[in-house]
Design a protein around this ligand. Structure first.
Ligand code: MLT
Ligand code: MN
Length: 312
């Protein structure tokens, strides 16, 4: 299985369009080795020809332009795409807005949990995806599904599970001050692998997760590659930076560091590779010279980047 991180940033991207925090300013200036990043998405393929996207980011057009494997085949018909399926891990804007770019009468299959499919159904703009061509397929929590494209099996299976998290920002219920109307299935983790592959060749993709539970560490034990929520380094990073009031927890994201953070919570879990994705534009690890970047790498984690390839 080939994986390609096509977008390693959280919602907003890096730099974010309206951000003048020092990290966005420095990457815009091309200084200090900071790399621009597009919004959160992963591509996977068993055969290198047919691809599934995990999340469809608002930057999908730029991501296709940057990744020739996702472009129409010159030898194919007048309209063609190697993108045969899309899997969604939540209904946040950074994970669904790219669906609007995938209109133009191109068949593919769209997979998500019931809650995420309901969020799409409640937004009629997604009817630009012709229902005769783009089948919406439910991934029941806890189930294993063989992914298919319009022309047949993709040679990949996906297992879904609920992770602690939150309903999409634009669907938050203000009358529920604890969970904002969130339910199981609003945010999911996925295991993706070739059927029959042993755990060392499985990947888990979890770009949003508020807490590492015992259920999650049990699922992840012995897995070849974890791509995990790296939104913030500290929970209070956004208020500390002065760019907003929300903590990581309020946004449904665990911090990398600290006693309750992802690095500590997963330290005892055997994993082949551990890679942070969905990195917010306030996260100090974006600066390769930062002490935080060095601490993450010393703990055995990698900071995922756009264009990164993983072979399992
Ligand atoms: C998040 O990951 O918290 C969301 O992408 C926020 C958003 O939709 O802007
Ligand atoms: Mn997000």
């Amino acid at each position: 299985m080939r994986l390609r991180i096509i977008g390693s940033a959280a919602g907003g991207g890096f730099p974010q369009w309206n951000c003048n925090y020092h990290l966005s300013r420095r990457v815009r200036a091309g200084s200090d080795g900071l790399q621009p990043r597009t919004q959160s998405s992963l591509a996977a393929s068993a055969d290198g020809d047919n691809w599934v996207l995990l999340n469809a980011s608002p930057d999908i057009r730029e991501q296709i332009a940057a990744n020739p494997v996702l472009q129409p085949r010159a030898s194919g018909p007048l309209r063609n795409s190697p993108i045969k399926a899309v899997v969604l891990t939540n209904a946040d804007v950074d994970h669904i807005a790219g669906l609007l770019t995938l209109r133009e009468k191109q068949p593919f299959n769209l997979y998500a949990s019931r809650r995420i499919l309901d969020a799409l159904a409640a937004n009629p703009i997604f009817n630009v995806l012709d229902a005769d061509l783009v089948k919406r397929i439910e991934l029941p929590l806890g189930s294993v599904t063989a992914l298919e494209g319009p022309d047949g099996p993709l040679g990949l299976e996906i297992e879904t599970y609920a992770v602690p998290g939150k309903i999409a920002l634009f669907l938050e219920d203000g009358s529920d001050p604890v969970n904002y109307g969130s339910e199981a299935g609003d945010t999911i983790g996925v295991r993706i692998a070739e059927p029959g592959a042993d755990a060392a060749r499985h990947a888990h993709y979890i770009p949003g997760c508020a807490r590492v539970t015992a259920d999650l560490t049990a699922r992840l034990s012995g897995v070849g590659c974890l791509l995990f929520d790296g939104t913030v380094y500290t929970d209070t990073e956004m208020p500390d930076a002065g760019v907003g009031a929300k903590t990581g927890q309020r946004m449904g994201h665990i911090a990398m560091s600290g006693g309750d953070g992802a690095i500590a919570a997963l330290a005892g879990t055997e994993l082949g590779q551990r890679i942070f994705v969905h990195i917010n534009n306030t996260n100090p690890v974006l600066d390769p010279a930062s002490p935080e970047r060095k601490a993450v790498e010393a703990a055995g984690w990698h900071v995922g980047f756009d264009g990164q390839e993983i072979e399992l």
